[in-house]
Design a binder for this molecule. Structure first.
Ligand SMILES: Nc1ncnc2c1ncn2[C@@H]1O[C@H](COP(=O)(O)OP(=O)(O)OP(=O)(O)O)[C@@H](O)[C@H]1O
Length: 351
């Protein structure tokens, strides 16, 4: 549905050129919620604005439903843009218009017949939970209510795609949750495809199916939220995740663990019901290895639990290898995060 192909965007600032987006390839399927996360200046807004050509790429293709937007004439582009709604961090409401007129204005601009406007606005305000606020002005609304008006405006032309530009960054955590709930419900009810940009993993975790991590204009990692959470590859991704679960091995821990001789720290990810499987008990009784939990956490990805355990195992080398093979076959994802005192094996200490 949305395909960004080899997208680049440079800005000329004086004599220098800033490469804001570098060779990005992203595909977002119909009905999917796709997140883009990155620190400030990573290029997220520029990338998002290229989906509806608010920003024109320096090179590459922007395909929506198989049509390259860069090849459309003005009228065709206008029609395609109507099917792409956008919401902003600062809501972008018209302060002198009440809630009803803020939404109605979009319909009037698009020459929707007057008699249809009343009903459409009422439906939209009911959908976003603001049916009792239609006569209020933006200044009389809370941040969350303003964003609900923003969402109603974005949905006015029955878009197929909704772009969310840091839509919850100006909101407190509780209001953020209520707006994310609303996005999830309209995604489900209307089959809307959503692309959102954020600098918070919490937002990705609660709403997205897939995610791309951006750093210095590039997508450094992308995949399902489950895969990215269970085995992140890049340091930037790990840093973002550290707010949700800490898997750092401190120097103090290392000093203690070195006393065990040749041993491993494993990173185990458990999904859904498998979090209840007694795998550590199995490996310590079946393979005579000693296990110690170093860190443990549980996160709910769109409501599905994902448990991460950092486990230290020690014991006979072959038994440890067999235990690791067993874990690889049993849990959602298992990997050796750290090998401690590996030279001892070669020196024959464990033989
Ligand atoms: N119109 C512009 N002219 C010149 N440089 C720009 C322009 N827009 C963006 N940039 C530069 O491109 C880079 C990426 O900016 P962008 O706003 O896309 O990042 P971002 O990840 O959305 O950051 P933030 O989270 O702070 O909004 C930055 O270095 C920025 O200064």
């Amino acid at each position: 549905m949305i395909e960004l192909k080899n997208i680049n965007k440079s800005f000329g600032v004086g004599k220098t050129e800033i490469e804001a987006v570098k060779n990005i390839n992203i595909h977002v399927g119909k009905g999917e919620i796709f997140g883009v996360i990155g620190f400030s200046g990573a290029g997220k807004s520029t990338l998002l604005r290229m989906v509806n050509l608010l920003e024109k790429p320096t090179s590459g293709e922007v395909n929506i439903n198989g049509k390259n937007l860069l090849r459309l004439n003005e009228k065709e582009l206008g029609n395609t843009r109507k099917k792409i709604g956008i919401i902003f961090q600062q809501f972008n409401l018209l302060s002198s218009y009440n809630v009803f007129d803020n939404v109605a204005e979009i319909l009037r601009m698009n020459r929707v017949p007057k008699k249809e406007i009343q009903q459409k606005v009422e439906e939209l305000l009911a959908l976003v939970g603001l049916d009792d606020k239609s006569k209020q002005y933006p200044a009389q609304l809370s941040g969350g209510q303003k964003q609900r008006v923003g969402i109603a405006r974005a949905l006015a032309m029955d878009p197929e795609i909704l772009l969310c530009d840091e839509a919850t960054s100006a909101l407190d955590p509780q209001t953020t949750d209520s707006i994310l709930e609303l996005l999830l419900s309209i995604n489900k009810k209307l089959g809307l495809t959503i692309v959102l940009i954020t600098h918070e993993m919490e937002v990705i975790k609660k709403t997205c199916d897939r995610v791309a991590v951006m750093d210095k204009g590039e997508v450094i990692e992308q995949g399902s939220v489950l895969d990215i959470f269970s085995h992140p590859q890049q340091v930037t991704t790990k840093n973002f995740l550290r707010n949700l679960y800490d898997d750092t091995i401190t120097e103090e821990m290392m000093e203690n663990l070195q006393g065990f001789g040749h041993s491993y720290i494993l990173r185990l990810a458990f999904r859904g019901d498998s979090a209840l499987d007694p795998v550590l008990h199995v490996i310590s009784s079946k393979y005579s290895v000693v296990t110690n939990i170093v860190h443990g956490s549980i996160n709910y990805l769109k409501g599905i639990p994902l448990g991460i355990l950092m486990v230290h195992i020690s014991g006979d080398y072959d038994q440890m290898k067999q235990a690791i093979t067993y874990l690889n076959d049993t849990v959602y994802h298992a990997e050796v995060s750290l090998e401690i005192n590996q030279n001892q094996k070669r020196e024959g200490v464990l033989q």
